[in-house]
Write a protein that binds this ligand. Structure first.
Ligand code: SAH
Ligand code: MG
Length: 207
């Protein structure tokens, strides 16, 4: 991956360690042969740089879905609250301006398409097969299940399903991503091909 983009990704606000980011980029390159890439959870654009870099190299795009209001854990008083994300006019979280700046500074405007809205609402109306879906949105059981149920059917055979923040032990993190990871593997529609940190990399099986 281009050194400048790697540095931009590492400096962006967010939750994607470099090793996992590098795995996103590599998966993105392979997945682009099957269709466009899509992520749930744009936040401030960190994962979008890794996937957008791959999309750009392969002449496709990354759709990056977020309502930009933050997840439960980003709200005031919660564990991952960050004052920089607050819109002073409303006092509420708004990550859209930061996301946009991150993508423009990285020079990825032509490779990353922002989709502003609720993930389940967008998924229900989506009508295009995808080469890759990264689930990294809300971490409640309801949000994670809705993301899996809404987006997994749009992945082309051979395409990739990536799930972030998968922790087997509750001591290491919330269990919602783990539950959808188990559902995906147990369904036999997805085969695990790799795992880097808390990132699980699965591929859509035939049939
Ligand atoms: N991928 C990011 C981190 C994502 S944090 C990175 O690399 O840093 C999770 C994001 O999911 C938040 O920005 C939050 O606004 C978004 N989100 C949570 N629930 C959502 C929903 N139902 N629809 C759309 N976005 C949602
Ligand atoms: Mg995450």
């Amino acid at each position: 991956m281009d050194d400048y983009l790697k540095r931009e990704a590492e400096e962006a606000i967010g939750f994607m360690p470099p090793e996992e980011g590098s795995a996103l980029y590599k998966s993105g390159l392979m997945a682009a042969d099957f269709g466009p890439l899509l992520e749930i959870g744009s936040f401030c654009g960190k994962s979008a740089i890794y996937l957008g870099a791959a999309a750009g190299e392969k002449g496709t795009v990354l759709f990056s879905v977020d309502h930009h209001k933050g997840s439960e854990e980003h709200q005031p008083g919660e564990e991952y609250f960050d004052e920089r994300l607050v819109d002073p006019a409303t006092g509420k979280i708004d990550t859209l301006p930061i996301f946009q700046k991150t993508i423009i500074k990285a020079g990825l405007e032509n490779s990353v398409v922002a989709v502003l809205g609720d993930s389940a609402e967008v998924a229900a109306r989506w009508n295009r097969r995808l080469g890759l879906v990264l689930i990294d949105g809300g971490h409640s059981d309801e949000a994670a299940a809705a993301d899996y149920e809404g987006w997994a059917p749009h992945i082309r055979v051979g395409g990739f399903l990536l799930i972030h923040d998968v922790f087997e032990s509750p001591a290491d993190g919330g269990q919602a991503p783990w539950k959808i990871y188990r559902r995906a593997v147990d369904s036999e529609k997805f085969l695990e091909v790799d795992s880097v940190g808390s990132l699980k990399i699965l591929r859509r099986a035939a049939g």
